[in-house]
Write a protein that binds this ligand. Structure first.
Ligand SMILES: Cc1cc2nc3c(=O)[nH]c(=O)nc-3n(C[C@H](O)[C@H](O)[C@H](O)COP(=O)(O)OP(=O)(O)OC[C@H]3O[C@@H](n4cnc5c(N)ncnc54)[C@H](O)[C@@H]3O)c2cc1C
Length: 436
């Protein structure tokens, strides 16, 4: 039997059709294997949060793609090369009663002057030192690097907020951790902070026509089975032999597979492995996730201008309000996350939160008389991954447990980081591990 047909005889499953699972399935498919990409929801995409605002396809979840997202961008180029538009970095906050803006188009000197107003020099120096580590080696942009595992060993007995003064924590770090982890600075650790710094050291584009065309192109090459909820990983004699799956809410049946990538958030992966691998499930349940609600409101005229396109808020459930896209100054994306936005709201409560945030925003921007045209909302119980302290050691433990089972690999936001690029890389690496 030649290698090609030996490959074609093997059948792999990838659980979860978010970007981590898409990457794993793509890698296995390109290596010549049959792959089923299994997704419990009716649509693929996971936390891209595919939705519609009127007729327009929009993304309620992860949508900003950094210039440094090299693996993801290569994949996009291979799956139809969808149109990208610049999003940049533009964020404002009220400091000492004044709206202070940081924008990727500002000169380094202008940006430095803005930063200087937000934090004392001693803390900025500490921050630049960490940023230098992120810039110096690519691996430091992702979870589990040697440098940040070392930093964690020395620091992670205390949260991030305890390592810096309150001014920088309030004016800079809160926006970064709430935005990327849904967590307050006292709920995350220095050992994972490199991934947050990576976020502010990049500039961004977004997909003009959402991720839909990419998923449509992918589904022509790979079998994507939506409405397929995986209940259990089946392990016999130390190796994966298949999955128990319920299709479209029907009875649970066993399906044979030669190998499985579980590309779901840690708590969901724990649920799948807990019957056969309880110790691994226990480890995965340590990873913390925090909720968020995202609401897009389209107005009858522009709310933002080109100079101020997003405002960070601190004193209520709305943590950030910004334009949906650089050409959509009339569409505001309100994000409700962080401690003030817990627990997740009822529909009535969310409505009250939107009213309050809208009132604050319109008064801050002096945008009077604008009217809502339409809106769309999405609430996630577990939107953002906030990792664990001593994350590098946690990853070693996970790897050791997974290594005892033949035909199993894991992918997801808790392995390399929450950014889409990190999830994509975790998927590729999981597929490579399975093929090894
Ligand atoms: C509001 C928000 C904004 C964000 N903004 C950005 C951004 O601008 N840029 C950026 O880089 N990142 C951003 N992120 C982060 C990024 O979007 C996510 O980390 C990433 O999309 C997660 O991908 P994933 O494939 O690991 O997980 P998911 O997208 O959650 O995919 C996992 C999939 O597994 C499925 N699943 C779970 N259990 C089972 C089961 N038992 N059987 C079958 N299927 C199952 C789920 O339904 C889901 O579809 C944002 C996240 C959120 C929530």
């Amino acid at each position: 039997m030649n290698t090609r047909s030996a490959q074609a005889d093997k059948r792999f499953a990838v659980v979860g059709a978010g970007i981590s699972g898409i990457a794993a399935a793509w890698e296995l498919h390109n290596a010549g294997y049959q792959v089923d990409l299994l997704e419990q929801d009716d649509v693929a995409g996971g936390r891209f949060g595919i939705a519609r605002l009127g007729d327009r396809p929009v993304m309620m979840g992860g949508k900003n793609l950094g210039k440094k997202y090299s693996a993801l961008r290569k994949f996009l180029a291979q799956t139809g090369d969808p149109k990208l538009e610049p999003f940049g970095i533009n964020t404002s906050r009220v400091v000492d009663g004044e709206l202070l803006t940081i924008d990727s188009k500002q000169s380094p000197l202008q940006r430095l002057a803005g930063l200087r107003r937000m934090a004392p020099l001693t803390d900025l120096a500490k921050l630049f030192n960490l940023a230098r580590q992120v810039r110096s080696r690519e691996e430091n942009r992702f979870l589990g690097s040697q440098a940040f595992t070392k930093i964690a060993a020395a620091s992670d007995h205390k949260p991030l907020s305890d390592h810096f003064g309150s001014r920088i924590v309030h004016n800079m770090f809160r926006a970064m951790t709430v935005r990327m982890n849904g967590a307050e600075p006292d709920e995350v650790y220095l050992g994972t902070f490199g991934t947050n710094l990576t976020m502010i050291m990049d500039t961004y584009d977004q997909l003009t026509d959402s991720i839909d065309p990419v998923i449509a192109a992918l589904s022509k090459q790979i079998t994507i089975k939506t409405g397929s909820r995986v209940q259990r990983l089946v392990v016999r004699d130390g190796s994966v032999t298949g999955l128990e799956i319920s299709e479209r809410g029907g009875p649970v049946t066993e399906h044979p597979y030669d190998g499985v990538v579980i590309a779901a958030p840690a708590y969901a992966a724990a649920e799948i492995v807990k019957a056969d691998l309880p110790a691994l499930a226990g480890l995965l349940l340590e990873v913390r996730y925090f909720p968020a609600a995202v609401v897009l409101v389209e107005y009858d005229r522009p709310v933002f201008g080109m100079d101020v396109r997003a405002v960070v808020m601190d004193d209520g459930p709305c943590s950030n309000a910004g334009v949906y896209g650089i050409h959509d100054l009339h569409i505001v994306r309100y994000t409700f996350s962080g401690r003030h936005a817990r627990p997740t709201p009822s529909p009535e409560q969310l409505e009250a939160w939107i009213d309050r945030a809208e009132e604050q925003l319109l008064s801050l921007l002096a945008a009077r008389g604008v009217r809502r045209v339409r809106s769309v909302a999405k609430v996630w119980e577990a939107a953002y991954c906030a990792y664990v302290p001593f994350h590098g050691s946690f990853l070693d433990d996970v790897r050791a447990r997974v290594g005892t089972v033949g035909g199993l690999a894991l992918a997801g936001d808790y392995l390399r980081g929450a950014p889409i690029e990190s999830c994509f890389r975790s998927g590729t690496e999981a597929a490579e591990a399975l093929l090894r």
